[in-house]
Design a protein around this ligand. Sequence first.
Ligand code: URP
Ligand code: ZN
Length: 462
Amino acid sequence: MDLLVKNARVVTSSESFESSIGVEGGKIASVSPILSPSGARVYDAEGKVVIPGGIDAHTHMELPVTGTTSADDFYSGTVAAACGGITTIVDFVDTKRGQSLLGALADYRRRADSKVAVDYGLHMMLKGQNLPEIDRIPEIVQKGVSSFKVYTAYKARGLMLEDADIARVMEKVKGAGGLVAVHAESERIIQRLIEENLAAGRTGARFHALSRPAEAEAEAISRVAELARRASASIYIVHLSSRAGRAEVEKARREGTRIFAETCPHYLILTDDVYGREDGRNYVMSPSLKKAGDRAALWEGLRPDGVIETVGSDHCPFPSAEKDWGEGDFTKIPNGVPGTEAIIPLLYSEGVRKGRISMFDLARVTSGSPAMRFGLAPSKGSLSVGSDADFVIIDPRKQVRMTADVMHSKIDYSIYDHIKTEGYPVLTVSRGEVVMEDGEFVGHRGKGRFIPRRGDPRSKVT
Ligand code: URP
Ligand code: ZN
């Protein structure tokens, strides 16, 4: 045995029990109240909680965005992930101009394989330039990339697909047993408001949010849900940010659509008040932050009877000097915020400790559900004998103020520096290796592996 965690309170999506956990060869070797160390390193988890390693199914490491690249590469981003208890990320392959889908996939694999400190999978982004290649989707699924992201917005960046093209993608992805992830915001509503605001000289960060109201999200969800229902395809709404959006997901579910949703830590913690601050630009992401009522609706949606089954970070940070490019024109602010390191600390401290969600919910939305939805189970997302030894130990007594100097992302500010947590991850184990201990990264560059993901057999054409 390599590692023995004793006196653990183990919590998964469905169970909570006192046990010891034995780790050997990167796998969970035994889960039993009495285990003998037999040469293993022993970690005493008395008074602490052990949950399956977090799966952050929404990151953008080293992503080119409007004249720059997101600040974390696959190394620094996965160091941050490990320090927050995340043991698997799923990032998005973005094709460069002229690059084929398979060429872009190979490029991402080459860049990520040598850097990742925890395991990773990949989704494929499908934008306008990729449409001539959608017949390649089954081949890409065969390579372990079984989810495809489309955008209903960002026309100027070449990301937006028309509804008819989204419908074609849904047919192809369904046929290959995959899942369509959707960035759902209405280009029509947003563009009109952006033009009105800029023409009237309303250029500050506040107008980023005022140009992206909740109705823009709700309208796009309603539209793509209808396309999915007609195609009998499975869809996954990324970064749900509003009560109105949640209501559209619920409505589509009632109508029998196979629709799933994710939210992000920033929508659960922050509101659009921050855009009025002097550093409001640092909080610019899309969709934008909404109101306190939206935030409450998202917490409710995470409960077992809710429609939000996962929390992903949409980790895509930029330094404040680059956020400043939007001074005088909010559309020039690079969109995106940090988050992968914050998911588990915030969901534990602001969610579980404040009674908004249970410990089971925490384990489910950060690990069990993303493992199942993205074809990573049973090796990920649980703590059973034979599964990967991916887990995080939380000390409920550890208080951490989440300032820039304690977070590991390569940026100069923290959007959560007003938060002092009640409880924090103190040990992260990734395939049997301790990668974070007491806030310090102790893992290795390039130690993570690419995890090929299966498609969803229930969405396959029979
Ligand atoms: O604001 C967001 N969601 N940024 C992520 C990267 C992108 O441009 O989609
Ligand atoms: Zn994203």
